[in-house]
Each structure stands twice: as C-alpha cells, then as structure tokens.
Design a protein around this ligand. Structure first.
Ligand code: AMP
Length: 389
C-alpha cells in the first residue's frame, strides 16, 4: 500500500522546491533590480525626503505585490498546490508516508524566500555602510545669491515644469566641503569633535579676515548636476585649504572622508538625482538651453561665517536647511583692515547688482515693456502742457 501510494505521488511531489524555484528566481531578480537601481542612484544627493519617499514606495510596492506569485499565476504544475488539492492532503497518512504536508511545503518555500531576502539584505547593508550620509557644508545665506538662483529656477520651470522636483530649495543651498559615512551616534560625535578641532586651523587660514566667495556663471557635471560656479581667485584656494584641513582632521580621527571625486567647489541648484521619476520619464540630461540666458549670471558673494556637519537623511529644519549635528563659526577681526575689506566686498556686491540692472535696462525687450507700461499707465499728475509753457 505504502509503495503504491509512493509511486503514484512521486510525480507530483518530485522535488517540490525545484518546481517552485522559477518563481523564486523571478522574485529574487526583481529585488536585485531594485537594489541595483538604488545603488546606481547617488544617495548622498542629499534629499532626505526623496530618499525616504523612494524607500517607502519600494516597501509599499513589495508589500502589495509578492512578486513570485504575481508574475507567475498558480497553475496545476505547482507541486504545493497539487498536494494541497489531494483529498487526503491534511490526513495523517500523508506524514506517515514520509511526504511533506502542504503547510510544510509552504514553510519550505518561505524559508527559501527568506534566504534570498537575507542575501539581498546583507548586500544592501554592505552598500549602505559605504554610502555617504553626512556632509560638511558651507551654508548659503546671501539673499542676493538666493534670489539669483530663484530667477534661474523660475526660467527653467517655465521651459519645463516637470523639472520642479530637480530643483534645490533656496533654504538648502550650500557648498559641500566633504561627504562621509557615519554609522552610529559615536561616529557622529567623533566627527562633530573633529569639526570643532579644526576651528583654530581654519581661523588661521582666514588670517583673521573674512572669506568671501563670489559665484558667477553656470556650469554642470555631466549635464546631471547644474551649479553656480565659484569664481577663480585667492578665495577658491583658501576654501580648498579649509576643505583639506577638515578632511585631514576627520581622517586623523579615523573617519573616512570623500567620495572619490575631486573637490570642485560649486553651488548646486538643480540635479537629476533628486527626482528619479524624471529619469523614468526619459529625462536623462539637463539641457543647457534651460538656463542659457543665465549662463554668465553674476550670483553675488557669500561671506563664509560658519561651517556645519549636516545629516543627509534627517528631517530638514523649517527654513529648509539640513539638520546640523555641529557648527563652527568664524569671527573676523574687527580692525581697520578688515572693516575696509568688508566695505570693499559690499561695494563689489552693490556694483554687481547695478551692472545687472543696467544690463536688464539695455535689453530691447525690457525697453519695449517699459514703454508699453508707461503708455498704458494713467497719468493724473501730468498736467496737459499749456501753450504758454
Ligand atoms: P552637492 O552640490 O554636494 O549636492 O553635489 C551634487 C552632485 O555633484 C553630487 O551627486 C556629487 O556627487 C556630484 N559631484 C560633486 N563633485 C563632483 C565632481 N568633482 N565631479 C563630478 N560630480 C561631482
């Protein structure tokens, strides 16, 4: 009896896990694709909201669609189902005969799935370990720079409203000095201490004066990141030295800093990595036509008064800036030399503004607009000229 039953059932139960494995493979492949895409993306493109949204969306997608089952509907070939359909599937004789019950088959399948998930989770964990989640930032506080950036962004949006997600909010504008990965509170504290420790060296580099960063013109990294350029000059060399000093102090404390990219100080105001959806819509590059009329725009000066250790992933502050773990501030010496330098810097910034206004007024389109508005405006204050005058 046992032998006959065994023979009759051998076909349907032959290597049940192997029979279900194509489903598992599809499932694993789907998951790997998602993981690979996530790593292709640059997480340190510090947008906690978009990073969190993506993670939540992915989680929801996974929860909604158990991929194996969805992609391959149940068929009678599925051994687990066949076993479950047998009239004595739940009978004790099933176990007595040495075959797995339908429940244990399900359990086995789940165990198989879990192995895949753990492998994926391990890979993901390893990558997460390397991924930058903190950065040292020079915040942009100049309202002139912010309004210049907003003007460019408005022009970009007029040309392509879909790009709104790729824009950096004025409150988040910053210059990155370095990026790093800090995996726990102790490491964050260590990095914060390192930043504080660099302060005297930074003060020394500034020679008691101010560091004024003039931004002019627009450039890009691979047409994916668009930024205001830092003008060349002594200030750029000083900023490089500051970044270098911070990096060194971090490394002395055992904190690896940098992402393998050369330090090219820049002020990002638009980047595709903020909006992965755009890539899926086929927008893979940011066309320079989008900002052509601002290509040589003078954005203005930022006087560096602070550098921050910021989190890429923690919730931003209400003004749109990043969560700061530590900040160090610079004090300029208040002597005649520095006052003169400050006045000179202010004069330069006013001059830049004046030049922009002059440039605007010299454009024929602006002149036509002004003429039209003047012609249309009521003039109660203008008395009709009398012949005697
Ligand atoms: P950030 O302005 O720091 O938000 O950086 C914007 C993007 O520019 C990030 O994806 C950086 O990885 C990228 N980036 C920074 N420096 C460079 C560089 N020297 N070459 C190419 N890409 C860079």
């Amino acid at each position: 009896m046992q032998a006959r039953l065994s023979a009759a059932l051998r076909d349907v139960t032959a290597d049940p896990l192997q029979m279900t494995s194509p489903n598992l493979r599809v499932c694993a492949k789907g998951r790997n694709d998602v993981t690979q895409k996530a790593h292709g993306r640059n997480l340190e493109d510090r947008d906690p909201e978009s990073a969190e949204k993506q993670t939540t969306k992915r989680a929801k997608r996974k929860a909604k669609k158990p991929c194996g089952r969805k992609q391959k509907p149940k068929t009678p070939e599925s051994s687990g189902d066949l076993v479950a359909e047998l009239p004595f599937a739940k009978a004790e004789v099933w176990k007595d005969l040495g075959f797995p019950s339908s429940e244990s088959l399900k359990k086995k399948r789940k165990r198989g799935e879990r192995v895949e998930s753990e492998e994926d989770a391990d890979k993901k964990k390893k990558k997460d370990c390397q991924r930058a989640n903190y950065f040292v930032s020079v915040p942009i506080t100049s309202s002139q720079i912010k309004s210049g950036v907003e003007a460019v962004q408005a022009a970009v949006l007029q040309k392509d409203p879909r790009l709104s997600r790729a824009l950096i909010a004025p409150g988040s504008l910053h210059v990155t000095l370095l990026v790093t990965h800090l995996s726990n509170e102790d490491e964050v504290n260590l990095a914060a201490a390192a930043l504080v420790q660099t302060q005297p060296r930074l003060q020394e580099l500034l020679e008691g004066g101010e560091l004024v960063l003039p931004f002019s013109g627009i450039w890009h990294f691979r047409h994916e990141v668009v930024f205001a350029q830092l003008a060349e000059g002594e200030h750029a060399a000083k900023l490089m030295k500051i970044a270098e000093a911070v990096r060194k102090t971090f490394e002395e404390k055992g904190i690896a800093a940098g992402d393998g990219k050369d330090f090219k100080p820049h002020l990002t105001f638009m980047k595709l990595s903020r909006a992965p959806k755009l890539r899926r819509q086929g927008i893979k590059k940011l066309d320079p036509e989008l900002y052509a009329e601002f290509i040589e725009h003078q954005f203005g000066d930022e006087t560096v008064s602070r550098i921050d250790l910021c989190s890429m992933l923690k919730k931003k502050t209400p003004d749109g800036y990043y969560h700061c773990e530590k900040s160090v501030t610079f004090r300029a010496r208040c002597d005649a030399r520095t006052v003169t330098a400050a006045l000179r810097s202010q004069r330069r910034s006013i001059q830049t503004r004046l030049d922009q206004i002059k440039e605007l007024l010299s454009q024929p389109s602006t002149r036509t607009k002004i003429k039209q508005e003047l012609a249309a405006a009521p003039r109660p204050f203008l008395k009709p000229s009398s012949p005697s005058q």
